[in-house]
Design a protein around this ligand. Structure first.
Ligand code: PLP
Length: 362
C-alpha cells in the first residue's frame, strides 16, 4: 500500500532497538523482557518483535490480548503476557495461543482458575500487585484475601509476581524505596514465583529493582531512562519532512491559522507536509524546532492538519525539495516532548501511520 504522506519520512533503526535491548539486558543477571504495548510505542510491533527475538529476548508484554495475538507467531516459544488481565470470554484465546494473563484482580484470578478447572491441568500466569500506583494490580485487601485463602490460586502456576513503579525516573524519590520494601513483603507469600519491578528507568535503581525480570519499554526506543543525565540509549527514530514551498514575507506578515506568529523582520517561511493528522502534536505550535544542516529552525504559527511552517531565515540556502529534520540525533523525541509539554512516550505513541515508514536493520 502506498504511504499516504510521501513528503514526510519516518526512519526507524531496528538495529538500534536490538542494541538498546542488549545494553539493558547486560545490566543485570536476571531476564529482560520487552514491553511492546501500543504497537511497540508506535514503532511497529510486527518489525520490533522478531528483531528482539533474534537478539535473544524471550519475554514480551503487551497491554491487550489482541496486541499479543498479533505478535504470537513472531516470538515462538517466548513468554508473551498481557498486562491488562483477562476479559470474561477471552480465557480460551489465552489458552489457545499460549499467552499468559497478568492477573490484576480477584476477578481475573477467578476466571483463570476456572480455566484450569476446565482444562483439568494447571495454567500459568503472572500476578500484578499494587504497591503504590493505585491503578492496576491487586490492592492490599485483595492480597490479604489471597494470603488467607491460597486455594484461590489453586491450579495457577505463577511465573512472576510483578509491580509497577510510580516515579522510577526520579532516582531520589522515596516512592521507589517504599514500593521496593512493600513488594518484597508481599513477594514472601509467593516464594516459587520470580520478582519483577522495573520499567526502563527502574533498571537504573539497583538490583532489588532489576530482580528476576525487568520490563523496559520506552528505553528500547531511545527514550532517556535517566532524565537529567546523558541518554545511554541509542536513537531509534528520525522524522524528516520535505520542504514543499518557501516564501519570503515582509516584516509584519502573520503566518498560519489565526495569525499567531508575526514576522518581526523580513523572513523566509518553509512549509512542510506534517500536521496533527500525522500525529505531529498541535501543542508544538510556535514551540517546536527542526534542524537543517545542524541549524536550529523554529516552527512558526499553528500546526495545522497536514501542514506546518518553519522560519528558515537562518538557512538561506534551504530550498523546496530539501528536508527538515523534525526528530533526529540533534533533536530527539525527548527534546520534542519538552517543546510540546509532554513526555517522549506521547511523542512516540502519537507517531501516526500516515508517514512513509522506512525500517533499517530488518
Ligand atoms: C508500560 C509498562 C512498562 C514499561 O515501561 P517503560 O517506562 O516504557 O519502560 C512496564 N511495566 C508495566 C506494567 C507497564 O505498564
Amino acid at each position: 500500500m502506498a504511504a499516504a504522506n510521501p513528503a514526510a519520512v519516518l526512519q526507524i533503526d531496528l538495529d538500534a532497538v536490538a542494541e538498546n535491548w542488549r545494553f539493558l539486558a547486560a545490566r543485570h543477571a536476571g531476564a529482560t523482557a520487552a514491553v511492546l504495548k501500543a504497537d511497540a510505542y508506535g514503532i511497529g510491533a510486527a518489525q520490533v518483535a522478531p528483531k528482539l527475538f533474534a537478539a535473544g529476548c524471550r519475554h514480551f508484554f503487551t497491554a491487550h490480548l489482541s496486541e499479543a495475538v498479533a505478535i504470537r507467531d513472531l516470538v515462538p516459544g517466548a513468554m508473551l503476557a498481557v498486562l491488562h488481565g483477562i476479559l470474561p470470554g477471552d480465557e480460551a484465546i489465552f489458552a489457545e495461543y499460549g499467552i499468559l494473563p497478568v492477573l490484576c484482580s480477584l476477578d481475573d484470578i477467578a476466571l483463570w482458575r476456572a480455566e484450569a478447572d476446565r482444562q483439568n491441568k494447571p495454567v500459568t500466569a503472572l500476578l500484578h500487585v499494587d504497591t503504590g500506583m493505585a491503578r492496576s494490580g491487586l490492592a492490599a485487601p485483595d492480597i490479604e484475601a489471597v494470603r488467607a485463602n491460597p486455594a484461590l490460586l489453586a491450579g495457577i502456576d505463577l511465573r512472576y509476581v510483578m509491580t509497577h513503579l510510580v516515579s522510577a525516573e526520579q532516582p531520589d524519590s522515596a516512592a521507589s524505596a517504599a514500593q521496593e520494601k512493600r513488594f518484597y513483603e508481599i513477594k514472601k507469600y509467593f516464594p516459587a514465583a520470580g520478582a519483577s519491578l522495573a520499567n526502563s528507568s527502574g533498571m537504573f535503581l539497583g538490583e532489588g529493582f532489576t530482580a528476576d525480570l525487568a520490563r523496559p519499554g520506552a528505553a528500547l526506543f531511545g527514550i532517556n531512562p535517566t532524565p537529567g543525565h546523558a541518554n545511554p540509549m541509542r536513537p531509534v527514530v528520525r522524522l524528516s519532512a520535505r520542504i514543499l514551498q518557501i516564501r519570503d514575507i515582509a516584516a509584519g506578515t502573520s503566518v498560519g491559522y489565526n495569525g499567531t506568529w508575526t514576522a518581526e523582520k523580513p523572513s523566509r517561511i518553509a512549509t512542510v507536509a506534517v500536521g496533527y493528522a500525522d500525529g505531529f502534536l498541535r501543542s508544538l505550535s510556535n514551540r517546536a524546532t527542526a534542524r537543517f544542516d545542524g541549524i536550529k529552525i523554529p516552527l512558526v504559527g499553528r500546526v495545522s492538519m497536514d501542514l506546518t511552517t518553519y522560519d528558515v531565515t537562518d538557512a538561506p540556502y534551504a530550498k523546496p525539495g530539501d528536508r527538515l529534520e523534525l526528530i533526529g540525533p540533534g533533536h530527539d523525541a525527548d527534546a520534542m516532548a519538552v517543546e510540546a509539554g509532554t513526555n517522549g512516550y506521547e511523542i512516540l505513541t502519537s507517531l501516526g501511520r500516515r508517514y512513509s515508514r522506512v525500517y533499517t536493520g530488518k
